[in-house]
Design a binder for this molecule. Sequence first.
Ligand code: 13P
Length: 248
Amino acid sequence: MRKKLVAGNWKMHGSLAENAVLLEALKPALAGIEAVVCVPFPYLAQVQAVLGGSSIAWGAQNLSEQTKGAFTGEVSASMLVDFGCRYVIVGHSERRSLYGESDELVASKYVVAQAAGLTPILCVGESLDERESGVTEAVVARQLDAVIKVAGVESLAQAVVAYEPVWAIGTGKTASPEQAQAVHAFIRGKIATLNSKVADQLVIQYGGSVKAANAAELMAQPDIDGGLIGGASLVADEFVAICRAAAK
Ligand code: 13P
């Protein structure tokens, strides 16, 4: 059976003081439950110190597609490994839309992450315009194909996919469980045409306005294997309730 995995994406939120309160609340409440927090780069040392030895893993929200060199302002995969990261988000829609990350760049980041031993959380998802024009599946397929083309379908055995409809992110407008399930099933079915074993074991998270109040019905869908949580991951009680709903 596939495991369920919930990851928090803190985005550009937090401070040393706020993080300390949040992490100290999460640690006992999530004891024995596998979960992930993806934090801003400067706080990786803090989460490593606080979460080391707990059931909560940590990661970053982005990385460079380069391995080292004169790339001012960039952070490499090996640097993330130095701080104990196991995961890194690649291709978040905010990176794609606000920072111009192309499917090809996202694929390069996915490859360097895996080469360093990190598990990429590959985000895919359509905008509202794309959904309304009926091209949701074509967009998600294109985003997946860019990665499969350079890394191969087998690489997904060491990855997580997060389906995040852009119109549901930070809007309070969650995809209905049926809408989300339909796209998750499409993703799994598409991968199954290439490798059914990989498809069967692939963790596909849903992201977009997941809260404690809607987590259980989303997690009950057969192809939803956890969540990628933005705003609610900053609130200990909310994040804990979502992780528990997934673990049930
Ligand atoms: P929200 O949960 O705030 O909608 O954000 C979702 C997201 O973008 C997680 O990566």
